[in-house]
Design a protein around this ligand. Structure first.
Ligand code: NAG
Ligand code: NAG
Ligand code: NAG
Ligand code: NAG
Ligand code: NAG
Ligand code: NAG
Ligand code: NAG
Length: 702
């Protein structure tokens, strides 16, 4: 069916048809709000500047008449209360956005089967003279299959400022004649449904159905057309809206629409100048010009919430404690939330870096590092503690050693220096070793700018500590030019360290038998060595109060200084140490020089030293090593020659066996053999030997 031309639109007859909805006009003077005012009607919050004015006494509850609402009982039983602005129901009020949600009756245009005419039920909404204006989110919505509906609007009170538009909804009729075939759910684009936007600032509208476009012919499929200005976000087209009363039923006859409300008809700047009527009275509130026509709204400043229209401390704009709303005000786990007036701070935790509000706080010091640091710290601490414990133990041990080695006894002795372990320790390294033997090692050291020899026995406890101390004391008192002087000792170690004067040329043994050593000893030197060594030994043997035996006289124990002056080393103390070490009973010493009597009887006497000294003389005149063996020993050779009463010339060292000295050498050999006598009584004393040697050496010089 072709539809009517729309050229001539008889719209201006609407005033008579419309059932106008009238709202109360706004009064001008703001009134104070009191705590007796209701802030809720039914489920709807009513914040100031709105107010429930059910009686004239409530007048002060709303800012002015325009914001006055009534809280009426509705429904069949009148159970539920709902707020009304005039006769328009208010569903929700948003203070912050300056909006409110209301309900408008849906207009309809239906074919009456009984009367066979079009029944029209058009509505209008009049907000003129109130603070409300239709918001831009509303759309004039028309539903129908044969519908042309006009919207006629007005801005404010000025009736001349009219607006008119319309919307057409048709249904395409397919070959089968079914109008429904073209309809699509959710699609409101002219087929069964159409929507049109409205201009800003509208305060009044009314609906007009074009009578020439009616549903008479399609009434058995789509009997009605509907139209309403409603919130587009609340509308989704359904095909059933065209073919049934579903649209009306769905919304209960009233569709929601949104209004922008504002205070007054001035801008913020203008309003602020009029202190009396300026509505943004709360501290920390701000003013915004309305986006929809004249007037302004108030809002709390950023970081504050509350009612900007109230001066009341509690209900006005208050600081938001953002930290209590972590869902809305972000502060990630890495941050520390701190509220402040008008905002909040969220710095990253100490040692964390990033922006906590953006959730990028990252532990700059990750767990692994923490563990590492912890572990290292722990290890360090443990090390320090164990070090201290070791140090303590070491000190204790040192004290114990000191005591065991006769320290307290030695302390009282004069002439002996007691060294600290630390003083000697630096010298006890392999590069300083100048001698090795069964007793231990000898290191060279430097104490008080004097060269010293430090003797370090092989560890093994010195049980006779008292005796050791005594020996040390005795030795320290021995001052003889032919005896190596004991300077001091260190008792803080298990086996005491002994510090001797350093003798530069080494031992007689090395000089006689080490062929790399190019020091040649002439007879005079040898005589001198023999004589002075004998002197030293004699001195020790003859000391008035205590007699000191050497027990191990041999060239290795006769040291020579720069002038080849002999100094005997290794008296008693080393023997004490050595005895403990070797556990060989009382008989110890070098077998090559050992007195067979001492060996047999185990009793060391002066004569044992004499025997050993005899061997030394033989070594001196022959430059041959004294080797203890059944055949071919140095001793045996001399004894055999002596037995046969033969000249011993060929036994003498060629270096010294010059003719004029042969006699002297013979008497030396003779003296040596006397010392070697197996009859102890036959042996001369050390004193005698010393005297004889002195005579011999003098006789040669002359
Ligand atoms: C609300 O109630 C008042 C009086 O109780 C009445 O005058 C008014 O018309 C009612 N309004 C609505 C929308 O029902
Ligand atoms: C008022 O403040 C709230 C919260 O800060 C904000 O959501 C709203 O958009 C503001 N209103 C206006 C009109 O700026
Ligand atoms: C149709 O019109 C008659 C008479 O005017 C009326 O009584 C009836 O209620 C109407 N029917 C509908 C559904 O509006
Ligand atoms: C419906 O519109 C047609 C014109 O298209 C008109 O002739 C008819 O009278 C109208 N019906 C009613 C009930 O208004
Ligand atoms: C549209 O949706 C309604 C239910 O919401 C359904 O009854 C109807 O058949 C649907 N129409 C189409 C064309 O799918
Ligand atoms: C609608 O009514 C017309 C006559 O007015 C009829 O020809 C058609 O079959 C009907 N369609 C339906 C779906 O009832
Ligand atoms: C603004 O409103 C006041 C009273 O509410 C009125 O006197 C004044 O004329 C209005 N001004 C404008 C420009 O509408």
């Amino acid at each position: 069916m072709p539809f009517h031309k729309l050229a001539a639109v008889p719209v201006l007859v609407w005033l008579g048809v419309a059932l106008a909805t009238r709202l109360p006009r706004a009064g001008a003077t703001p009134t104070p709000h009191s705590s007796q005012c209701k802030t809720k009607c039914g489920r709807v919050d009513i914040p100031y500047p709105f107010g429930i004015v059910d009686s004239p006494d409530d007048g002060h509850c709303a800012m002015h008449d325009g914001f006055a609402l009534t809280c009426n009982k509705t429904g069949i039983n009148g159970r539920r209360r709902r707020p009304f602005a005039g006769d328009v129901e208010v569903v929700h009020i948003s203070l912050q956005r300056g909006k409110a949600r209301m309900k408008a009756t849906i207009s309809s245009y239906c074919y009456n089967l009984t009367s066979r005419v079009m029944d029209t039920d058009p509505w209008s909404v009049d907000l003129k003279g109130t603070p409300y204006k239709f918001a831009g989110t509303n759309k004039f919505t028309v539903i129908g299959c044969q519908s042309l509906v006009y919207i006629v609007g007005e801005h404010g009170d000025d009736a001349q400022d009219q607006y008119m538009s319309g919307c057409v909804a048709m249904c395409w009729r397919g070959g089968n004649g079914d109008v429904r075939s073209a309809l699509r759910n959710g699609s409101c684009s002219g087929i069964g449904c159409c929507q049109t936007a409205i201009p800003k600032g509208l305060q009044y509208y009314q609906v007009l159905f074009e009578p020439g476009v009616n549903t008479t012919e399609i009434h058995n499929v789509s009997r009605c057309s509907y139209a309403v200005l409603m919130d587009s976000s609340d509308f989704t087209f359904s095909t059933t809206y065209v073919t049934s009363r579903a649209f009306i039923n769905n919304y209960g006859g009233q569709a929601p629409f949104v209004v922008d409300w504002s205070i007054g008809n001035e801008t913020c700047d203008a309003a602020r100048k009029k202190h009396v009527s300026y509505a943004c009275v709360s501290d920390n509130s701000e003013c915004f010009n309305s986006q929809n026509g004249p007037g302004y709204i108030c809002n709390c400043s950023k970081g504050f919430h509350g009612n900007p229209y109230l001066q009341h401390l509690e209900r006005g704009c208050k600081d938001i404690d953002e930290c209590k709303h972590p869902q809305r005000y972000r502060c990630s786990n890495g941050g520390v939330c701190r509220n402040r007036l008008g905002g909040y701070d969220c710095p990253c935790k100490s040692r964390w870096k990033g922006v906590a509000k953006a959730g990028t706080c990252i532990d700059h010091f990750p767990l692994a590092a923490k563990l590492a640091v912890g572990a290292i710290g722990g290890i360090l601490l443990m090390s320090i503690i164990s070090f201290l414990i070791i140090l303590h133990k070491e000190k204790k041990k040192m004290k114990e050693f000191y005591k065991n080695n006769g320290g307290p006894l030695l302390e009282e002795a004069t002439g002996i220096k007691i060294f600290k372990k630390g003083e000697l320790k630096p010298f006890l390294k392999n590069s300083n070793i100048i001698g090795k033997g069964g007793f231990g090692k000898v290191y060279k050291g430097l104490l008080d700018n004097k060269e010293v020899a430090i003797k370090k026995p092989i560890n093994g406890s010195v049980r006779e500590n008292k005796q050791f101390a005594n020996e040390v004391i005795i030795q320290s008192q021995v001052i003889h030019k032919n005896i190596v002087r004991l300077i001091g000792c260190c008792l803080e170690v298990e086996a005491p360290l002994l510090v001797y004067e350093f003798i530069s040329q080494g031992s007689l043994h090395d000089i006689l038998h080490n062929h790399n050593n190019k020091v040649a000893l002439n007879l005079e030197a040898r005589l001198n060595i023999a004589a002075q060594s004998a002197d030293g030994l004699a001195y020790m043997h003859s000391k008035a109060n205590i007699r000191i035996l050497h027990g191990d006289v041999k060239p290795a124990n006769i040291l020579l200084d720069d002038n080849f002056v002999p100094k005997i080393s290794d008296f008693g103390i080393s023997r004490l140490l050595a005895r403990d070490k070797e556990h060989t009973g009382s008989v110890i010493g070098d077998m090559n020089y050992m007195d067979p009597v001492y060996q047999r009887e185990g009793l060391l006497t002066e004569k044992s030293d004499v025997y050993s000294f005899g061997v030394v003389i033989l070594e001196l005149i022959s430059s041959r090593r004294a080797i203890h063996s059944e055949n071919n020993s140095l001793l045996k050779s001399f004894l055999e020659y002596d037995k046969k009463k033969e000249k011993m010339t060929e036994l003498f060292d060629k270096e010294i066996a010059i003719t004029k000295d042969l006699e002297l050498l013979d008497s030396l050999a003779c003296m040596a053999l006397k010392c070697l006598s197996l009859d102890v009584e036959q042996r001369p004393t050390m004193m005698e030997i010393a005297e004889q040697l002195l005579i011999l050496s003098r006789s040669r010089k002359v």
